[in-house]
Design a binder for this molecule. Structure first.
Ligand code: HEM
Ligand code: HEM
Length: 224
């Protein structure tokens, strides 16, 4: 029987830093909204926007376990993974089911952030930087949706935490330590993650920050 005697790299530093930043900033977004701290809500919102864009870019240019192409699978793989009779699960990285959770979390948080960019009322209170691009009635509708959609975001996070508790508590898989330190125990003979490239990281980071800053200024036309 295979034993978990070796420790290899599983998650690269950009995935881990993005993850723990999301875990701090998403609850902070709720807190700042509940306490009408709009100065911080919109500023942190742009940090969140940059992090999400970075994670999407990194999903195409990052290391093996970060790349969508290496972990997102079709419904058949997810079903056979659930039945336990399909392809062997990937030795390191997200399982086919975990991949669905990643896409679900990123999409739901992404939708909330995009709505926030258009939210608010220009005659009363805070507005997102793209509020002026839509009419007042549309902005009202987006703001109302943004207000209740926070429960969808919270629901996804609750599912995420429940799934991790099941894996750690019932299946005895050590998931949390690798998301903190990067390395984790794997079966003998399993190869670790590929190395992150600085140049690719800088391209993804510069692109993400560039888009977030452009949005902050109201997404002005690029050509003069
Ligand atoms: C607001 C809170 C949180 C959000 C929005 C969130 C979001 C995410 C996302 C998007 C991923 C995919 C990682 C990637 O490939 O980029 C992920 C993975 C993961 N998260 Fe979280 N997370 C949150 C809180 C937590 C907490 C509190 C823990 C631990 C106690 C945790 C543990 C993990 C672990 C272990 C994985 C990797 C799962 C795997 O092995 O496939 N997360 N999370
Ligand atoms: C995960 C991300 C986010 C969460 C959880 C969130 C949460 C919320 C909540 C709960 C409200 C309703 C507050 C209330 O009136 O009771 C709100 C309002 C609002 N949010 Fe967000 N938000 C997020 C992202 C953003 C972003 C990225 C922006 C813009 C940069 C933004 C801009 C606004 C604006 C302008 C309002 C309306 C303010 C008003 O009523 O005067 N939000 N948000």
């Amino acid at each position: 029987m295979a034993t978990n005697t070796q420790r290899v790299n599983i998650w690269d530093a950009p995935v881990r830093v993005t993850h723990w930043s999301l875990a701090l900033i998403v609850p902070a977004m709720w807190f700042t909204a509940d306490n009408s701290m709009w100065y911080w809500h919109t500023r942190l919102g742009h940090v969140l926007l940059a992090l999400l864009i970075f994670r999407v870019f990194w999903g195409f240019m990052g290391t093996d376990t970060a790349r969508f192409g290496s972990f997102v699978r079709g419904p058949r793989s997810v079903l056979s993974y659930l039945r336990g009779d399909g392809d062997a699960p990937r030795a390191i990285g997200h399982s086919p089911l975990g991949a669905l959770a990643v896409i679900g979390l990123l999409s739901v948080i992404g939708a909330q952030v995009v709505m926030g960019l258009f939210a608010g009322d220009p005659f009363d209170g805070a507005t997102g930087p793209l509020n002026g691009m839509v009419g007042v009635a549309t902005a009202d509708w987006i703001t109302e949706t943004h207000e209740w959609f926070v429960y969808v975001v919270a629901g996804m996070i609750a599912l995420h935490l429940a799934a991790i508790t099941v894996y750690v508590g019932v299946k005895k898989q050590s998931l949390i330590a690798p998301m903190i330190a990067g390395k984790g125990p794997v079966s003998d003979g399993v190869a670790g993650n590929s190395n992150a490239s600085w140049s690719r990281f800088l391209i993804c980071a510069a692109g993400a920050i560039g888009v977030a800053v452009w949005v902050w200024f109201g997404a002005p036309p690029m050509a003069s």
